[in-house]
Design a protein around this ligand. Structure first.
Ligand code: NAD
Length: 287
């Protein structure tokens, strides 16, 4: 398939590379001029859209997604499948769908979970919103870039699932960091704490797979001086999205709000900017 890929950052680059490795003809565009193995560079977004059977975007936020998709629909070939894999607000996802629908193009919102490691290994999970036919077409691509694709419902449902999932992640990472911090204060060995909590009722992705304590558990950003990984700024972005959604839907998400406030302080003045979201433990340890 001829695929255009727009946004070749930490996530987009390995995703595009995996599509090319699987034999697809991939053309990529990023204003930062990133070179990706196997991917033909375009010098404009338009160059990564014209003549393509599918166009995928992986961009920083909803405002950029709206602007880029407004340009995509102007030049996309008839019938081209438009997929946005960025994490954005539900309203921006629906706006991108509406732009595609007005141009007669099938579209999907398909945010991902699994981080840069999952993007590189091709083991992402896709949460997908949009029509059945579009999902069936997109699934062949999701199966290359990931290990699982869940069709969550109509336009915007993928983003709704992503926002709820990452609210759990933000809350659970803070919980795990606070537990390690308390363990330190109580003189409990971190390895013992991991051995117990990772195999009992405390177990969760934040401790079992992405342990925030350096040298403990499987390799994670904590072992790389908390270089992201999944940056604290991006977690803050997702927690803001969940709080905006909770306010507009009238949902009571007190822990989600508290987690947002903790990441807001961490990124704003707590030294967390540019660091992995698990570095909350480092901050707690240093006082
Ligand atoms: P990134 O900042 O590394 O990459 C974004 C890329 O978009 C950059 O290379 C930037 O140059 C490019 N870009 C910006 N404006 C553009 C435009 N107008 N046209 C084309 N390209 C443009 O971010 P990332 O970590 O790759 O994240 C991308 C998306 O994936 C975000 O929405 C993020 O929330 C989501 N996400 C990230 C992770 C993660 O672990 N990093 C995990 C899941 C989801």
């Amino acid at each position: 398939m001829k695929i255009g890929f727009i946004g070749l950052g930490n996530m987009g680059a390995p995703m595009a590379k995996n599509l090319a490795k699987a034999g697809h003809e991939v053309t990529g565009f990023d204003p930062a001029g990133v070179a990706v193995e196997g991917v033909a560079p375009a010098d404009s977004a338009e160059g990564a859209v014209r003549g393509m059977e599918a166009v995928i975007t992986m961009l920083p936020n909803g405002e950029i997604v709206r602007a880029v998709h407004a340009d995509i629909v102007k030049v996309a070939d008839k019938g081209a499948l438009v997929i946005d894999c960025s994490t954005v607000d539900v309203d921006s996802a629906r706006a991108a769908h509406q732009l595609a629908e007005a141009a007669g193009l099938p579209s999907l919102d398909a945010p991902v979970s699994g981080g840069t490691g999952g993007a590189e290994a091709g083991t992402l999970t896709f949460m997908v919103g949009g029509g059945e036919d579009a999902f069936a077409r997109g699934k062949t691509l999701f199966d290359i870039m990931g290990q699982k694709a869940v069709h969550c419902g109509a336009a915007g449902a993928g983003q709704a699932a992503k926002i709820c999932n990452n609210m759990i992640l933000g809350i659970s990472m803070i919980g795990v960091c606070e537990a390690f911090h308390l363990a330190d204060k109580l003189g409990l060995d971190r390895q013992a704490m991991f051995d117990v909590a990772s195999t009992t009722s405390g177990s969760c992705w934040s401790i079992n797979t992405y342990c925030p304590a350096p040298g403990i558990g499987p390799k994670s950003p904590a072992d790389n001086d908390y270089r992201p990984g999944f940056a604290a700024d991006l977690m803050l972005k997702d927690l803001n999205l969940s709080q905006e959604a909770a306010e507009s839907a009238g949902a009571n998400t007190e822990l989600g709000r508290h987690a947002r406030d903790i990441y807001d302080a961490f990124v704003g003045s707590g030294g967390g900017k540019g660091r992995d979201f698990s570095a909350i433990l480092d901050k707690l340890s240093k006082g």
